[in-house]
Design a protein around this ligand. Structure first.
Ligand SMILES: Cc1ncc(COP(=O)(O)O)c(C=O)c1O
Length: 419
């Protein structure tokens, strides 16, 4: 063991990292916003690039010694432009929330109106929800979904836009199981002269792989995290077609909101984008959607109440009320059985956000492990067994048995990046 290795310097943290690696390997990860990055992305993340300060942009920095970093950031930008078909990309936002805040900084003044999807309907905190800075410092107006269809009501979006004349409209979100209608949002934004921001954090990998329509040509600006379906490191990007929007975004990111970019993350984003441009990634994105549909069908056939009745993408949102159990106790029992999910509010939820009626699941991670539709049907059956047992108040034996069966499955499908 090298004297200065992590094991030698901090055995406590080293062991916890190994424990997390074992946990990730042994769990069927159904969290819709997570994934397993490749060994190559992991390697780029843990490099000496973390030592370097690079305030500014390639060719225009405030620190010397950027001979290498400028090349890395330029490669990341060029790959983002190629993968998404945009004219401009900024790869510096620290994560999705700061990226979205940069959009406000670029186009709004405090107090200006933003129209975004309400959090309980599937929008993100940063789309103007009350507890977020975006809801406190701006004037948020919120759209939702129709009660009868569980889908975004574009008539409501248009009516709200005409009434409130927002300067910014967000589309996209964090718990939306259906395709986003970018052309319809663009038409409404044009009608009221608002900037249209497409937040594709969840579906970026599907868009890159051709499994979801692209907002390019419709949205003025696009924000995305890089660590969900796109399968990169924790980070974010902002993209635009026009020079004017791109200049405003660049100024908002630096010096508006951030200092030095995280260069190790930038390198890992470049690697992930290279992976996303390969033919295998197209197949991956298509399989993510096929798997989600197979899992949704299995769950629906077992009496689960799926918001909107199913899914078009990687994500399923379920109301567990008909199963007689809340989202939180269900998610906790599933986790003990080796099936990792998150509890989630559902549209028109009558329960509290920390103890909501639903759970949200997704297929990006299981698909990265090489699982297919047959495994999705098995996972749906296990979820049903565990949730039904929890509702009956007698789940211990079922949890123990399912956990054993889950371990047998995960052993057959090694996760990328884990040793
Ligand atoms: C749609 C959407 N936008 C933005 C974010 C924020 O990303 P981060 O958690 O990296 O700040 C998320 C995260 O879940 C998201 O789902």
């Amino acid at each position: 063991m090298a004297e200065n290795s992590l094991n030698a310097v901090d055995p406590e943290i080293a062991e916890l990292i190994r424990a997390e690696e074992r946990r990730q390997a042994d769990t069927v990860k159904l969290i819709a916003s997570e994934n397993y990055v490749s060994k190559a992305v992991l390697e780029a993340t843990g490099t000496v690039l973390t030592n370097k300060y690079s305030e500014g942009y390639p060719g225009k920095r405030y620190y010397e010694g950027q001979q290498v970093i400028d090349q890395i950031e330029t490669i990341a930008i060029e790959r983002a432009k190629a993968v998404f078909g945009v004219n401009h990309a900024n790869v510096q936002p620290y994560s999705g929330s700061p990226a979205n805040l940069a959009i406000y900084m670029a186009f709004l003044k405090p107090g200006d109106t933003v129209l975004g999807m309400g959090l309980p309907f599937g929008g993100h905190l940063t789309h103007g929800w009350s507890v977020s800075a975006t809801g406190k410092w701006f004037n948020p107006v919120r759209y939702g979904v129709r009660k009868d269809t569980g889908r975004i009501d574009m008539d409501e979006v248009r009516a709200l836009a005409l009434e409130h004349r927002p300067k910014l409209i967000f589309c996209g979100g964090t718990a939306i199981p259906r395709t986003i209608d970018f052309p319809a949002f663009a038409e409404i934004a044009r009608e009221v002269d608002a900037v249209l921001a497409a937040d594709i954090a969840h579906i970026a990998g599907l868009i890159a792989g051709g499994a979801h329509p692209s907002p390019v040509g419709y949205a003025d600006v696009i924000s995305t995290t890089t660590h969900k379906t796109l399968r990169g490191p924790r980070g974010a990007m902002l993209m635009a077609t026009s020079d004017e929007h791109a200049t405003a975004l660049n100024k908002a990111v630096f010096p508006g909101l951030q200092g030095g970019p995280h260069n190790h993350t930038t390198a890992a984003i470049a690697v992930a984008l290279r992976e996303a441009s390969q033919p295998e990634f197209k197949a991956y994105a298509a399989q993510v959607v096929k798997n989600a549909k197979a899992l949704a069908e299995e769950l629906a056939s077992r009496g689960f109440d799926l918001v909107s009745g199913g899914t078009d993408n990687h994500l399923i949102l379920m109301d567990l009320t008909p199963k007689g159990v809340g989202g939180k106790p269900a998610a906790q029992a599933l986790d003990r059985a080796g099936l990792e999910t998150n509890y989630n509010a559902v549209p028109f939820d009558t329960r509290k956000p920390f103890d909501p009626s639903g759970i949200r699941i997704g297929t990006p991670s299981v698909t990265s492990r090489g699982m297919g539709e047959a495994e999705m049907r098995q996972i749906g059956a296990w979820m049903d067994e565990v949730v039904t047992a929890v509702a009956k108040g007698d789940a211990e034996d079922v949890i123990a048995r399912v956990h054993n069966e889950v371990s047998e499955l995960t052993a057959k499908f090694p996760a990328p990046g884990l040793s």
